[in-house]
Design a protein around this ligand. Structure first.
Ligand SMILES: [Zn+2]
Length: 652
C-alpha cells in the first residue's frame, strides 16, 4: 500500500514530467492540476492545507469556549467572548461607524498642529502606526538590553515602492488605491467631492513618507537601521513633533537614548508635518483609523477593504468566511491564550522530544560542514563554531504563557476588544524599554505554520503549528520527514550564517567576527545566488530580486543540504528498500518539493515578488536542487539539463 500523509504522496506527482527538466512539475504536477485555488484565497498550496487544518482545530476550540458558561476558565472566557463578538455580524453591521465615533470626534476636534501628538499616541495604541512607528527593540550592539526604537512607517500600501515606481501596473494600482481611500472616507460620512480631494492629499503625504523610507534590500543590512542617538538628536531631525510629550504620553518608561532606524525618514516626516495643512494631517489620521479597523467594521467597510486589499492587490475573488477571519483575529490579538488550548490538543510531549532530537542532528551536520569548508580560515571557523554551539532551540510553545488577565474582553464589543487587546500589546512592548531581553518569549504564536531564526537572540523557533503533516509526520518514513521538516530546521539554522545573520555573533551582538578574506569569500559565493535567483521569472514581466531573497535562498540551499546529510547519517550506509518505487534519496527530494506544491494568482505573485524575501515555491524547489550534486545523482540527471545548474552555487 502506498504511504501517504495529508501532505506527502506519490499521487501528487506528474510522472510524465522529467525530474531533470522541471523537478517542481514532476513532484507537484498532479497536485497542482487537482487543486485549483479556492475563491477566497490568493494562493493555495499543501502548506495552506496545513494552515487550514490548524484553523479548523482552532475553530473547534473557539466555538466551545464561546458558549457562555460560568465554569469557563479565564483563558476560555477571553478567547471565547472575543471570538463570539467577532462572529456577531448582525450586531457589528447594526453599529456601523459607531465604535469609531469617539476617536473620529477627537480627530475632528484638533485645533492646531501642536495638538496632533496626543492623537498620534492614541492611534499607535490602537495599532495604527500613523506617520512612523515606535516600540522597544533589542540594542543591536548590546543584545541583552531593550531600548526604545523609532522607525519608518505610516504607509497604507504594502511597500514604499508602490508609491515610487512608474511602470503602468504600479501607476494603475495607485489610482485604484486613491479610489479606495476616497470610498472609505465616503463611507465614514464625507461628501464625495471632499473625499476625492482628501484621498489625493493622503496619497501625497504617504508618497513623501515613502520617499524618506529605506527600501527592503537596504533594510536587510542591520548597519543601515542602527543609529542610536540621544532623544534631543531625534528632536533636531524632526522638530515638528513634540517628542518629549509623545514619549511621555505613550506610557513608555523614561529614556535618554533611542535607536532611530532611518534618520532620513524623520527629516521627511518633519517636512510633511510642517508643509501639510492641519486639515490634511487630520484626514490622513482618519483614513488610517478606518483602515486599521476595517476588518471589524460593518459590511460596507469590510467589502470595500476586501475590494482593494484582497481583489485588486492579490486577485482573490471572494472574502473568506467570517469564522476564518475571526479565528485569525483571535490569534492576532490573544494568540498565546488560544495557543495554550491549541497545544493541549495538537502537540503531545513525545512530538517535542522527537523534534528536538532532529534539530540537534542538523546542528551536528552544520558543525561538520563548517569544519570541512575549504574557503574559510581556521580563525573564522572557530568563531562560526562558537556561534553554532551557542544557538538555543525553542520547540512548540513558550515555557511560560502570556498573562492576558488585564485585558478586558466584553461580549458584543468587537472593535473595543480589538482596541484593548492591541493597546495591551503595544504597552507590553513599550514596558520592556530599559529591561533585559526575555529570550524565552516568542514572536510567533503556537498555531502558526512558520518558523524563524532570531539573529539578536541566536535562537531558532519552531511553533507547534508547523510541526504537523506534511512537514512532520510520525507515520512517514525518515526520508520524508528529513526532506520536509529537516530542511526547514536546516533553513532556520542557516539563517544564523546568511548575509544578514553572519553579521551577528554568538551572543546576538552586531559585531564583525569574520577575517576580511573570509568575508570576501563569503560574498563571492553569495553573489552566485544573487545572479542565479535574479534570472528566475515568476511572471513574464517580473524578475525575482536576487538581493531581496538572498538570505532565504542561502537558508534554503544550506538547509536542504544539512537535512540530506542528516538523513544519510541516520541511514548509516545500510541499503534501504524502496518505498512506493523510490529510494530514500529520491523520497527526500520529493518531500522537499511537495512541501511547496502551490497554485498562485498572478496578482499575488506580483505582490510577493516585490515584498517577500522568500522566493516563490517553484524557485525554492528547483533553485536548491539544481545546485545539488546529491540530487543529480539521485535522479541520474546529467550536465546540460535544466536541473543541473552551471555554475552550481553554494555557500554552506
Ligand atoms: Zn527563512
Amino acid at each position: 500500500m502506498a504511504q501517504t500523509s495529508p501532505g506527502f504522496s506519490t499521487a501528487n506527482m506528474d510522472t510524465l514530467a522529467n525530474p531533470c527538466v522541471d523537478f517542481y512539475q514532476y513532484a507537484c504536477g498532479t497536485w497542482m492540476a487537482n487543486n485549483p485555488i479556492p475563491a477566497d484565497q490568493s494562493r493555495w498550496g499543501i502548506f495552506d492545507t496545513l494552515a487550514d487544518r490548524n484553523r479548523s482545530t482552532l475553530r473547534g476550540i473557539l466555538e466551545k469556549a464561546a458558549v457562555e458558561d460560568p465554569k469557563r476558565e479565564a483563558v476560555e472566557q477571553k478567547i471565547g467572548d472575543f471570538y463570539a463578538s467577532c462572529m456577531d455580524e448582525a450586531a457589528i453591521d447594526k453599529l456601523g461607524t459607531q465604535p469609531l465615533a469617539p476617536e473620529l470626534k477627537r480627530i475632528s476636534a484638533i485645533q492646531s498642529k501642536e495638538q496632533i501628538v496626543d492623537e498620534v499616541v492614541r492611534l499607535h495604541q490602537h495599532g495604527a502606526d500613523v506617520f512612523f512607528s515606535f516600540s522597544s527593540t533589542p540594542d543591536y550592539k548590546n543584545s541583552m538590553q531593550m531600548i526604545a526604537g523609532a522607525d519608518q512607517g505610516g504607509l497604507g500600501l504594502p511597500d514604499r515602492d508602490y508609491y515610487l515606481k512608474d511602470d503602468p501596473k504600479s501607476v494603475k494600482l495607485r489610482e485604484q488605491y486613491v479610489a479606495h481611500v476616497q470610498k472609505m472616507l465616503e463611507l465614514a460620512g464625507e461628501p464625495a467631492a471632499k473625499a476625492a480631494t482628501d484621498a489625493q492629499a493622503i496619497l501625497l503625504i504617504e508618497t513623501e513618507l515613502a520617499k524618506g523610507s529605506l527600501d527592503r534590500v537596504s533594510r536587510r543590512d542591520p548597519n543601515k537601521t542602527y543609529h542610536k542617538m540621544p532623544v534631543k538628536d531625534l528632536a533636531a531631525l524632526a522638530p515638528g513633533l513634540d517628542w518629549t510629550k509623545f514619549f511621555a504620553a505613550s506610557g513608555a518608561p523614561s529614556f535618554t537614548e533611542l535607536n532611530v532606524g532611518v534618520p532620513d525618514f524623520f527629516k521627511a516626516l518633519n517636512a510633511v508635518l510642517t508643509s501639510t495643512s492641519l486639515a490634511d494631517l487630520k484626514v490622513y489620521m482618519t483614513w488610517h483609523l478606518l483602515h486599521s479597523e476595517a476588518p471589524l467594521l460593518a459590511k460596507p467597510f469590510l467589502d470595500e477593504n476586501f475590494h482593494y486589499f484582497g481583489q485588486t492587490l492579490t486577485g482573490t475573488t471572494e472574502l473568506e468566511p467570517r469564522w476564518k477571519r475571526c479565528v485569525e483575529a483571535t490569534d492576532d490579538d490573544l494568540g498565546f491564550a488560544l495557543g495554550q488550548k491549541y497545544v493541549e490538543q495538537a502537540f503531545p510531549p513525545a512530538a517535542k522530544a522527537r523534534v528536538l532530537g532532529m534539530v540537534q542532528e542538523i546542528e551536528t551536520m552544520l558543525g561538520q560542514d563548517i569544519q570541512s569548508l575549504d574557503w574559510m580560515t581556521p580563525a573564522t571557523k572557530q568563531q562560526a563554531l562558537m556561534k553554532l554551539h551557542a544557538v538555543t532551540n525553542k520547540i512548540g510553545y513558550p515555557d511560560k504563557w502570556r498573562d492576558y488577565s488585564s485585558v478586558k474582553i466584553v461580549r458584543g464589543e468587537a472593535v473595543g476588544n480589538d482596541q484593548r487587546a492591541t493597546e495591551f500589546e503595544v504597552r507590553r512592548q513599550l514596558s520592556k524599554i530599559g529591561q533585559r531581553v526575555d529570550r524565552g518569549e516568542w514572536n510567533m504564536t503556537p498555531p502558526t505554520v512558520n518558523a524563524y531564526y532570531s539573529p539578536l537572540q541566536n535562537n531558532i523557533n519552531f511553533p507547534a503549528g508547523i510541526l504537523q503533516p506534511p512537514f512532520f509526520d510520525n507515520r512517514m518514513d525518515a526520508a520524508v520527514n528529513y526532506g520536509a521538516i529537516g530542511s526547514v530546521m536546516g533553513h532556520e539554522l542557516t539563517h544564523g550564517f546568511d548575509d544578514q545573520g553572519r553579521q551577528f555573533d554568538a551572543e546576538g551582538n552586531l559585531r564583525d567576527w569574520w577575517t576580511p578574506e573570509d568575508a570576501k569569500e563569503f560574498e563571492k559565493r553569495a553573489e552566485c545566488f544573487i545572479k542565479e535567483y535574479s534570472a528566475f521569472t515568476p511572471l513574464d514581466d517580473v524578475h525575482l530580486n536576487g538581493k531581496l531573497t538572498l538570505g532565504e535562498n542561502t537558508a534554503d540551499n544550506g538547509g536542504v543540504r544539512l537535512a540530506f546529510r542528516a538523513l544519510m547519517q541516520s541511514l548509516n550506509g545500510k541499503p534501504q528498500p524502496k518505498v512506493d518505487g523510490f529510494t530514500p534519496q529520491q523520497r527526500f527530494f520529493l518531500a522537499w518539493g511537495q512541501a511547496w506544491c502551490e497554485n498562485v494568482r498572478p496578482e499575488m505573485a506580483r505582490m510577493m515578488a516585490q515584498t517577500d524575501p522568500h522566493s516563490p515555491p517553484r524557485d525554492r524547489v528547483n533553485g536548491v536542487l539544481g545546485n545539488m550534486p546529491e540530487f543529480r545523482q539521485a535522479f541520474a540527471c546529467h550536465e546540460g539539463q535544466p536541473m543541473v545548474h552551471a555554475p552550481s552555487c553554494r555557500v554552506w
